[in-house]
Each structure stands twice: as structure tokens, then as C-alpha cells.
Design a protein around this ligand. Structure first.
Ligand code: GLP
Length: 228
């Protein structure tokens, strides 16, 4: 790997072949592979094998524009795709009731996806919307914002909160990062022009894939863009 015999994204030969070539036992190979998976040099995909981790190109993401994942990737010439983790209608959690302004009798639409750019898993996004805004979560095919746009519900403003998390368990496996990896937890609450909250999304972004960039101005110089 380090000598370039097999490159990023390539499949690893079978345990048996490696053991034969390196003249070591299969147990030793298995242990070495597990260590390399833990350190992030190799990734294991269920059902398809073990691969050299793809080379990550960091994505620079502006914090002053309200864009969708699909738009962001298209602008960079990358293809956005998703693996669906959940789409359905549920009774709201206390957080969802508070943020979306729902009563306990109302329902919430949830759309949860693993977001992928080309072949690289970039983020897990769990969006909650009122059923009035998204009566049929099944209508979201690729872009949530494109679906909302069709009914005049695309948000025009959002507040985003970013914090650091160390990922483990199922989410780490989905993002193909080792347990304990540094990631970003991003919460977006977005609004319609009327001031009504339309979207409450909690996401986990890979820490090794994103640089978030914000332009800062001296206060009082250009209030509108500083707050944009
Ligand atoms: C970004 C935001 C999410 C938003 C999503 C919509 O990734 N962090 O809050 O839901 O874009 O993206 P798309 O329209 O591609 O589904």
C-alpha cells in the first residue's frame, strides 16, 4: 500500500493469497488487516471485501450560503448519491416538537440518509420536518431541497450549530472511519420566508473530509454580509 503496489480504492487480495505470498499464517494476516482497518488505512465493506481506503480530497464548504448537499457536490463536479437509512412518519420526539413547533398529537416526517460524493461517504444526515411540509417522505428521491422547492417550501435562511464529536459504532461504520474518529456534529434549523421553521436536521460530517470556511468582518463594517 505504502509502496504503491495497490492504490487507494483497490481491493485487497484474499487472506490466503497474502499469507502465501508473505509466508505468514492466516491468523497473522487477519490480525494485521484488523489493525489497518482500525487505523483507517483499509476499509471493510460488508459483502464486498476489504479495500485500501480511498484518497480523501477535502471539501471546502462556505458557512455563509444556504445550499443543499446535492448543489454543493454538483458545484464541485462530484456526483451526490444517498443510501437511505430511514424515511417515514413518526410521533415527534420532545426535541422535534420544540424545534418544529409541533404538538404531541401531530406527526413528524423523517428522512435519514448516508450522503455520498462520488464513492466516498461524507455525512449522515437525519432530517425532521413537519408532516404539513413533507406529507410523503417517500417523495424525496435524491434532493430534499428539490422536493421542498416543488411545494414552495425550500428554506431561505438557516441557523447552523457545529460541534466536535468522536464517532463510534454503527455511524462510524457507515462513514467508513475507525471507531473514535473526530467528526463534526452539525445541527441545521432552517426557515421559510414567513419565519416558520421548515427543517431540523442533525448531521455527522467526516472530520477528515471537510473544511468549513466563514468570512469574518470587523463589526459595524458591513452588517448584512457579516450576519449572512
Ligand atoms: C445539507 C444540509 C442539510 C440539508 C441538505 C439537503 O447537507 N446540511 O440540512 O437537509 O443539505 O440536501 P439535498 O437537497 O441534497 O437532500
Amino acid at each position: 500500500m505504502r509502496h504503491g503496489v495497490i492504490g487507494p480504492g483497490d481491493a485487497l487480495p484474499s487472506e490466503r493469497d497474502i499469507a502465501l505470498k508473505a509466508d505468514v499464517s492466516r491468523v497473522t494476516v487477519r490480525k494485521a488487516v484488523q489493525d489497518l482497518v482500525k487505523s483507517g488505512l483499509l476499509v471493510q465493506r460488508h459483502g464486498s471485501g476489504t479495500f485500501v481506503a480511498p484518497r480523501r480530497e477535502r471539501v471546502e464548504q462556505s458557512l455563509s450560503r444556504l445550499t443543499s448537499f446535492t448543489d454543493d457536490m454538483a458545484r464541485r463536479g462530484m456526483t451526490a448519491s444517498s443510501v437511505w437509512l430511514d424515511k417515514g412518519i413518526y410521533p415527534p420526539s420532545p426535541d422535534e416538537m420544540m424545534v418544529l413547533g409541533l404538538s404531541a398529537k401531530e406527526m413528524v416526517a423523517r428522512v435519514s440518509r448516508l450522503r455520498i460524493a462520488n464513492d466516498t461517504p461524507m455525512a449522515i444526515e437525519r432530517a425532521s420536518l413537519s408532516v404539513a411540509a413533507l406529507p410523503d417522505p417517500g417523495s424525496v428521491v435524491s434532493s430534499l431541497y428539490a422536493t421542498l422547492e416543488e411545494t414552495g417550501n425550500r428554506p431561505i435562511r438557516a441557523v447552523q450549530r457545529i460541534s466536535a464529536v468522536n464517532l463510534a459504532g454503527a455511524d462510524a461504520r457507515l462513514l467508513e472511519v475507525p471507531d473514535g474518529s473526530a467528526c463534526l456534529h452539525i445541527e441545521r434549523i432552517s426557515y421559510l420566508a414567513s419565519g416558520k421553521v421548515i427543517e431540523f436536521t442533525r448531521s455527522i460530517y467526516r472530520g477528515d473530509a471537510y473544511d468549513f470556511v466563514a468570512e469574518l468582518r470587523l463589526s459595524g463594517q458591513d452588517k448584512d454580509s457579516a450576519e449572512a
